[in-house]
Write a protein that binds this ligand. Structure first.
Ligand code: HEC
Ligand code: HEC
Ligand code: HEC
Ligand code: HEC
Ligand code: HEC
Length: 228
């Protein structure tokens, strides 16, 4: 009798164990909305994007070719900051200033004087704190979105105006699925980016402007599209 009971319990235990594995594989949520950690260097996006006119891809150079956009290496920063140092005299960039933040960058690059070529022997990577993160069981390919024309700001907000980056969107499943189901339009994307929506096609003979054709780009929303 006792022997029997022990054996009948086994399939039940097996199901429980399999369930536990599945639940643990599918647990954990995305990083939270409005999260805005203080970074090791107070890197100002507005100065680099709005004032200097750098393209997002200048630094996040794999956003259109890989799932992960990447953060710039110290060498990329030093391409400019070897000559734009912690101390600057009055120039067309502004009045004379001393920057503790650029000094920190030089410390990471192990550079002590202006115009030092390359990095010093003790250069180390800047330990940027990751802000946006979906759980491991979610598949998110940046390049598919960027190449479909979805503007960075649709998902990240107007980074070019953020002195300290924060997580703009929830990154939860409903957020992903609602765009895949309802579709994305280029006009909305430009508006989200902070640029005016493009004007509609020129008015035809009647003088009545044609409505802008909002062709919405949809994407797959079956479970396996986003989950491994
Ligand atoms: C367009 C992408 C997308 C699709 C399609 C999708 N998911 Fe998700 N799913 C996500 C994301 C992102 C998360 C992370 C959730 C979060 O933080 O709220 C998630 C989380 C989950 C979780 C874990 C929930 C938790 O709170 O731990 C389960 C379970 C899940 N999805 C099941 C499914 C099933 C079943 C389907 C098909 C009906 C599906 N998903 C379709 C993107 C997607
Ligand atoms: C000069 C280089 C540079 C340029 C240009 C740049 N970024 Fe960044 N970006 C960084 C650095 C460095 C960080 C990490 C520090 C921080 O969060 O500010 C970062 C962080 C981010 C993050 C948060 C990353 C995370 O951990 O989740 C996003 C999103 C982002 N940038 C988007 C953009 C967008 C969109 C543009 C164009 C409008 C842009 N960046 C232009 C260097 C740059
Ligand atoms: C294309 C050239 C270029 C690149 C690349 C670049 N910067 Fe800059 N950065 C500048 C210029 C120019 C300024 C404005 C300097 C000023 O006002 O004196 C600036 C300003 C800054 C400031 C603000 C200084 C202050 O205190 O006002 C910080 C911090 C900074 N950069 C860090 C970085 C970091 C970190 C990277 C790499 C992720 C980087 N920069 C990449 C050109 C660049
Ligand atoms: C469809 C929404 C969407 C678009 C469009 C998008 N991102 Fe993201 N981004 C995300 C999500 C979601 C994550 C978290 C991904 C993860 O955890 O794998 C993220 C993460 C990041 C990170 C941090 C990851 C890292 O490598 O450190 C950076 C930087 C970033 N995005 C920059 C950009 C830039 C630049 C663009 C435009 C060229 C862009 N993103 C377009 C949704 C988007
Ligand atoms: C603002 C709209 C938007 C949001 C938000 C969005 N996506 Fe997408 N997604 C798209 C578009 C558009 C495509 C490209 C479809 C194509 O290339 O035809 C796409 C493509 C994909 C693909 C490639 C497979 C396919 O359907 O072609 C995956 C995987 C994916 N998205 C996952 C996600 C996940 C996970 C999230 C949330 C973390 C997310 N997406 C959020 C619009 C969005």
């Amino acid at each position: 009798m006792i022997e029997r009971r022990k054996w009948t319990a086994i399939p039940g235990l097996f199901v429980l164990a399999a369930g536990a594995v599945m639940i643990s594989a599918y647990s954990g949520a995305s990083s939270s909305q409005n999260r805005s950690p203080v970074q090791p260097i107070k890197f100002p996006h507005p100065v680099h994007v709005q004032k200097l006119g750098l393209n997002c891809l200048y630094c996040h150079y794999t956003a259109n070719k890989s799932p992960d956009p990447g953060l710039p290496a110290v060498g990329t920063c030093m391409g400019c900051h070897a000559s734009v140092g912690p101390d600057r005299l009055a120039s067309d960039l502004g009045p004379k200033r001393t920057s503790a933040e650029i000094k920190k960058l030089w410390d990471y690059a192990d550079v002590k004087t202006l115009m030092t070529p390359g990095l010093g022997p003790n250069a180390r990577p800047i330990p940027w704190i990751r802000i946006h993160k979906v759980p491991e069981y979610v598949h998110f390919p940046h390049m598919r979105h960027v190449n479909a024309g979805v503007t960075c700001q649709t998902c990240h907000g107007q980074i070019q105006k953020m002195n300290q980056v924060y997580q703009f969107a929830s990154l939860n499943m409903g957020w992903c699925v609602s765009c895949h189901v309802n579709g994305y339009s280029a006009a909305e994307g430009l508006e989200a980016a902070g640029y005016a929506a493009p004007a509609g096609p020129p008015a035809t003979g009647s003088g009545v402007p044609k409505p802008v054709v909002a062709e919405r780009k949809k994407a797959r929303y079956d479970c396996a599209n986003c989950h491994y």
